[in-house]
Design a protein around this ligand. Structure first.
Ligand SMILES: Cc1cc2nc3c(=O)[nH]c(=O)nc-3n(C[C@H](O)[C@H](O)[C@H](O)COP(=O)(O)OP(=O)(O)OC[C@H]3O[C@@H](n4cnc5c(N)ncnc54)[C@H](O)[C@@H]3O)c2cc1C
Ligand code: FES
Length: 286
């Protein structure tokens, strides 16, 4: 984790109220991994004290450029839209624990709901660089909010669901998942909590439904890795990126905890934001 200078290179509204901003921040572009986030300070004239957390949407070590993708919902996010190329801000990061991909996984299923795209977008880049196949299922309320396909790598299979049926599958993005269960070696998701909870339910029943398809698969059987360790998460079928309101983002204020099935509070900013789905006590309504 470091405090890195970031110079705005490009800012554009890709959808109504949703922006992508590219920053030259070589210290962050090198060594950041998909699933991690930055904590960004707004300028003095914003009147805001707390930094704002954003997923690293992309990070390119070759050019030193990182990007964030955000929706304007309050004063902080509105402040960012007023920045112009050449403006400098500072970013604290990379923070949090990344997605863990099993080296044996060839087929990755990414599931994003709305702004959850920002949470999984960088994983698509990493996976393709690693020679993996990626299918990305994306859910939005309507066609007006569908992430543009031209902002994704060409290699990604992109499947859209809209609540009102105005584009793609008519219904929730979770309804698309069963068709990919047998194909996917692992799944990674970011989006609204009800979506993540529904996916966790599907993943929990997957072993039963897969039947013989799981025969011959051996995910580190025989040795129990400690819950929450990178090794344990790497073996999970589904990993989720959680978003909680944050204060410090460095583990000190306990403002971001979620509860695990073992009854242990976990800080989203330190032990997360990525968790194995089976770690989280979903019935608590996170
Ligand atoms: C690890 C992490 C990664 C994130 N990544 C992204 C991202 O990539 N893109 C993006 O658009 N947003 C992301 N968020 C959410 C983003 O940080 C908030 O939208 C932002 O801080 C709001 O700031 P604001 O000053 O505009 O709004 P505020 O004035 O602070 O808040 C406006 C309203 O939004 C609510 N709110 C604020 N933060 C959150 C939150 N985290 N979850 C739910 N409701 C919230 C507030 O309660 C309030 O009602 C992420 C959050 C976390 C914890
Ligand atoms: S935001 Fe302070 S502990 Fe996570």
């Amino acid at each position: 984790m470091r405090l890195a200078a970031a110079e705005l290179l490009e800012t554009r509204e890709i959808l109504p109220g949703q922006w992508i901003q590219a920053y030259h921040a070589p210290e962050l572009a090198t060594g950041s991994r998909a699933g991690q986030f930055v904590h960004v300070r707004t300028g003095d004239y914003s009147g805001l004290v707390l930094r704002r957390p954003f997923s690293l949407n992309t990070a390119d070590p070759a050019t030193g450029v990182v990007s964030i993708h955000f929706r304007v919902i309050g004063r902080g996010t509105e402040w960012f839209t007023r920045l112009r190329p050449g403006d400098a801000i500072d970013m604290l990061g990379p923070l949090g624990r990344p997605f863990e991909v099993d080296p044996r996984s060839r087929h990755l299923l990414l599931v994003a709901g709305g702004l959850g795209m920002a949470g999984v977008r960088m994983l698509a880049d990493e996976a393709i660089r690693g020679g993996r196949q990626v299918t990305l299922l994306f859910g939005a309320a309507s066609a007006r909010e569908v992430y543009p396909s031209n902002l994704l790598p060409d290699e990604v299979e992109y499947v859209v669901a809209t609540d009102d049926g105005s584009l793609g599958h008519h219904g929730f993005v979770t309804e698309l998942v069963p068709a990919y269960e047998a194909w996917a070696d692992q799944a990674f998701a970011c989006g609204p909590s009800p979506m993540l909870a529904a996916l966790a339910g599907l993943a929990a029943g997957r072993g039963r439904r897969m039947g013989v398809a799981t025969l011959g698969r051996k995910r580190g059987a025989g040795r129990a890795d400690p819950t929450g360790s990178p090794a344990a998460r790497r073996k999970a079928f589904l990993q989720v990126s959680m978003e909680q309101n944050m204060g410090c983002a460095v583990g000190a204020c306990l403002g971001c905890v979620v509860m695990t099935t073992e009854g242990t509070p976990q800080r989203v900013c330190r032990e997360g934001p990525v968790f194995a789905a089976e770690e989280i006590a979903w019935e608590a309504g996170w």
